[in-house]
Design a protein around this ligand. Structure first.
Ligand code: F3S
Length: 408
């Protein structure tokens, strides 16, 4: 491939992977079984990125393994884009990005939880994924092996079917080194997100091992834990003793070694994390509410639909519930979409505030605050957008949408 015997796209891709591998001291390449591309939104990709993807397709590039895309800049449903005030030029540019990926054979699902809709490498399989929340889920919950890839390296891996063998691909780098005691049972998306956010602030690149989380923890709660952990920290892997595949017990999770640090997750740590997530100007305004970061599973959509059934979202309130298109279709068949829409909320697909042109949306819709059950989304709103944030349980977010008042 490097010599150009398999065409321009494979050669260019292999050049990227060789340079990456050399800079990290990789000794060889490993075959990947799955890829997930983070650079799917025009907002993040820009014109230069779009040109690169188009060129790969024009010069014969095709992905060799199952490959999906992260959220894009708009919903594929035009009426939803109208309601969200997404600019027409953006819609057109995004359609070009999506077409360019489709020309390469990429499944343009526009989801940051592709493991919920069929892109789920098995335990021990190598993959090349971007999107921090998806990467940490693939490594920790599925037990697959992937580094945190950027757009070009993930696409190069998809085109060649290879990735450099370093970092998370090597068993020796997957042992936990930070032990977290979780003394009280937790419940719900916000509780696990707060735990992840609190630990990530300390763990940074360390690999946390959680002890005390019950085996009844749901996939959605683990999704929330991992995404928050990878937001305040930079880890790509965690273990939950007795739950995740590489941690049948503490010994295995720590690879027989002593942890470098032990942390007791107490009330103070929890309160500090919540304070950090909401440390913006306080406001009574409730005008924009968001559930689905990472994008919702069918169970999450069902739960919100049941909370909203027969209720009405207050006037001048936009309540987004984000998921992927296949999950929305199933949710429609089950009547969940109807319950959500009758209540006045909106099920948004293929995008999220981080990938949609949120500046113009906030301006047009005059949003003054964001209310969410997601630690990751609260972090972005408070930190990157400097927006007042209300952060709490899924139930509290739904109550706020109805009452237009925040009570955590
Ligand atoms: Fe997904 Fe967007 Fe959150 S990509 S993880 S919904 S910031």
């Amino acid at each position: 491939m490097l010599n150009g015997e398999e065409g321009y796209a494979a050669q260019k891709s292999m050049q990227i992977l060789v340079a990456l591998g050399e800079s990290f001291g990789a000794e060889n390449m490993v075959p990947v079984s799955s890829c997930h591309l983070p650079g799917a939104s025009f907002k993040l990709l820009g014109e230069a990125g779009l040109m690169f993807v188009k060129e790969m397709g024009a010069k014969g590039g095709k992905v060799r393994v199952f490959t999906t895309t992260n959220p894009t800049s708009c919903d594929c449903d035009c009426s939803t884009c109208d309601r969200l005030a997404i600019d027409g030029q953006f819609i057109h540019a995004q359609a070009e990005v999506t077409q360019a990926y489709q020309n390469l054979g990429v499944v343009t699902c526009g989801s940051c939880s592709p493991y919920l809709i069929g892109n789920a490498p098995r335990f021990g399989q190598h993959a090349a994924w971007g999107e921090s929340s998806a990467v940490v889920y693939a490594n920790s919950v599925l037990g697959a092996r992937t580094n945190r890839e950027g757009g070009p390296s993930a696409l190069a891996a998809a085109i060649t079917g290879r990735t450099p063998n370093y970092g998370m691909h090597l068993g020796k780098n997957r042992a936990g080194n930070l032990l977290i005691h979780v003394p009280e049972p937790l419940h719900g998306i916000e509780a696990y997100g707060t735990l992840g956010y609190a630990v990530g602030r300390i763990s940074k690149t360390a690999i946390p091992v959680f002890e005390g989380i019950p085996t009844s923890v749901s996939f959605d709660e683990l999704k929330s834990l991992g995404s928050a952990l990878a937001t305040s920290g930079a880890t790509a892997l965690f273990h939950v003793v007795g739950v995740t595949p590489e941690a049948p017990d503490r010994e295995h999770a720590l690879n027989g070694k002593k942890p470098e640090m032990e942390i007791y997750y107490d009330k103070q740590m929890r309160m500090n994390a919540i304070e950090h997530l909401t440390l913006t100007e306080k406001t009574d305004d409730i005008d924009w509410l968001y559930i689905g970061c990472p994008q919702c599973s069918l169970q999450e959509v069902r739960y919100v639909a049941e909370l909203l059934r027969g209720q009405k979202v207050a006037d001048n309130v936009d309540f987004w519930i984000c998921t992927s298109t296949p999950i929305k279709e199933l949710a429609a068949q089950m009547g969940y979409v109807q319950a959500i829409e009758e209540a006045g909320a909106i099920l948004v697909c293929q995008t999220c505030p981080a990938h949609a042109p949120h500046e113009s949306i906030c301006r047009t819709r005059r949003y003054q605050s964001l209310t969410t059950d997601s630690a990751k989304m609260a972090h972005y709103a408070a930190g990157e957008v400097s927006m007042p944030v209300h952060y709490g349980s899924t139930e509290a977010v739904v109550r706020a949408a109805i009452a237009k008042r925040w009570e955590a």
